[in-house]
Design a protein around this ligand. Structure first.
Ligand SMILES: *Cc1c(COP(=O)(O)O)cnc(C)c1O
Length: 478
């Protein structure tokens, strides 16, 4: 151990120095944003078998390994990174991941990580307050008579969505836990819902076929005016709607569903409303953007990923419920309050999660927000949304380009003249060139090129260069 501590600060300095150069050269665009060597070749280049046989990954050997590793990464700090809803991590947030790794406080219960648990608790209350819900002191969390809000951080939005639907299931069909599926349950999701929603329905034993699509308008947003009819039809068939899901926002085009209208219908019919705000929840921190999520406080559950718009290293997702008891009951029908020792100084999150051992996820989020400041974070998100709007305007002005829809948030879908295959081929060639990394999506039955503005360094000039490159590639395809 003493040997380990002696080398730790030297090795940490090596790694941090390499990362500093990595972030700088990525931001300066002197390296490709993406390049994908063949897996087997990488295993060899990184000398993986030799390293595990030899041991001694320290000093010069560590430096070489890290340098080689960084060469084969996809560089999120590169302004050409426009592909996916993954945060460009704040370096201070990354230090949070390091502290968490070094301390390894697997905070299933408070005594295993008081600082990690307290920070999770604090950040959850902060997120609840952004929704418009009331957080409470930790001792009140144990009070089954109190209907305040609650939450838990979990390893990603997909697991968070599963957890939220589990809470819905236990709230609406409590007997399911012991006796299984009564057979007539349905979940209704938006046409544009993330695939994890349908998966969650299947994992929960409801059957994928019982995950139905809500009526949508021409843009793919949920259309509340047609929901009552759908609900009546299904109920007349003897079906029971366990939960309705709304997007805030959808994954493909980043559109926000009309939450107040959907919430009113859910309330009228006593249906659980889950809002999937995994990506779009970030808008809640901005006074200028939070109107997009108006009505979110009427939901029963919300999922909000910090590792998307919140500049936080992966993963850090929040499951938030309007009534904390639903989360506590999700994993056990009998009051899990019995699990808690009521005289302990803190709060055990174990009864609210699929996981037992859990990373101290709150620390990376806290350190990110604390580094930027709440206002700084809000401004950064506003900047990304602004850049997306400017990019959309540029696309609209260019002949041969078609904008799918005016962006509401930081996602822009567009295409250039040509069929679906042509869009895919353009993307493939762009990635091969390596100065831009964009994604593509199916939206309203057609294939679109898709930009997700995550990097505050991406300029409008970068977008112009990208559009020029797309034009050039398109010309070679004729
Ligand atoms: C990203 C996303 C998810 C999945 O979250 P992960 O953290 O990637 O598991 C679910 N729903 C929506 C709307 C998303 O944008």
């Amino acid at each position: 151990m003493s040997n380990q501590t002696a080398t730790f600060s030297k090795d940490a300095a090596i790694v941090v120095e390499a990362l500093k150069d990595y972030i700088r050269e990525s931001a300066e665009k002197v390296v490709p944003v993406i390049h994908q060597p063949i897996l087997e070749q990488l295993v060899e280049q990184l000398k993986l078998p030799q390293h595990i046989a030899q041991g001694e990954l320290t000093g010069e050997s560590l430096k070489q390994f890290v340098d080689n590793y960084l060469v084969a990464t996809t560089r999120l700090h590169h302004p050409g990174f426009l592909a996916h809803q993954v945060a460009v991590p704040h370096p201070t947030g990354a230090l949070g991941s390091l502290i968490d790794g070094a301390t390894n406080n697997a905070m299933a219960i408070y005594e295993m990580g008081p600082a990690a648990s307290s920070i999770e608790y604090f950040m959850l209350n902060w997120m609840l307050s952004k929704i418009g819900w009331q957080g409470v002191p930790s001792n009140r969390q144990l009070d089954p008579q109190s209907a305040h809000a609650g939450g838990v951080l979990t390893h990603g939005g997909s697991l968070a969505n599963l957890t939220a639907l589990l809470a819905a299931r236990s709230a609406r069909v409590p007997e399911f836990w012991k006796s299984g599926n009564p057979g007539n349950l349905l979940v209704l999701v938006p046409e544009q819902s993330h695939y994890s929603m349908k998966r969650a329905v299947a994992i929960l034993g409801l059957g994928e076929d019982n995950c139905l699509t809500l009526p949508a308008d021409a843009d793919g947003r949920v259309q509340p005016s047609r929901m009552a009819e759908q609900i009546a039809t299904l109920e007349a068939q003897g079906k029971r709607i366990l939960a309705i899901v709304a997007n805030a926002c959808g994954t493909a085009a980043g559109l926000y569903d009309p939450l107040p209208e959907i919430a009113a219908i859910c309330q009228e019919h006593g249906i659980w409303l889950h809002v999937d705000a995994a990506h779009g929840g970030g808008a809640l921190v901005s006074d200028r953007l939070r109107h997009l999520l108006q009505g979110i406080d009427q939901a029963d559950s919300v999922v909000w990923d910090a590792h998307k718009m919140m500049s936080t290293p992966t993963v850090c997702a929040a499951v938030l419920v309007r009534d904390h008891r639903h989360l506590d009951h999700a994993f056990e029908q009998e009051a899990s309050y019995l699990l808690h020792a009521k005289d302990q100084p803190g709060f055990d999150f174990i009864s609210r999660t699929v996981e037992c051992t859990k990373a101290g996820l709150g620390l990376r989020l806290f350190m990110t927000v604390a580094a930027l400041g709440e206002q700084g974070l809000a401004q950064q998100i506003e900047g990304l949304v602004q850049r997306a709007a400017e990019a959309a305007a540029k696309i609209e002005q260019r002949s041969g380009f078609e904008l799918a829809i005016h962006p509401e948030i930081n996602i822009v879908c567009f295409r250039i003249e040509g069929d679906d295959q042509c869009q895919l081929e353009i993307r493939r060639r762009l990635l091969e060139r390596g100065d831009f990394y964009i994604s593509s999506t199916l939206y309203r039955g057609r294939r679109w090129l898709r930009l997700v503005f995550m990097n505050p360094c991406t300029s409008l000039e970068d977008v112009e260069t990208l559009l020029d490159e797309i034009e050039t590639i398109r010309a070679t395809l004729n």
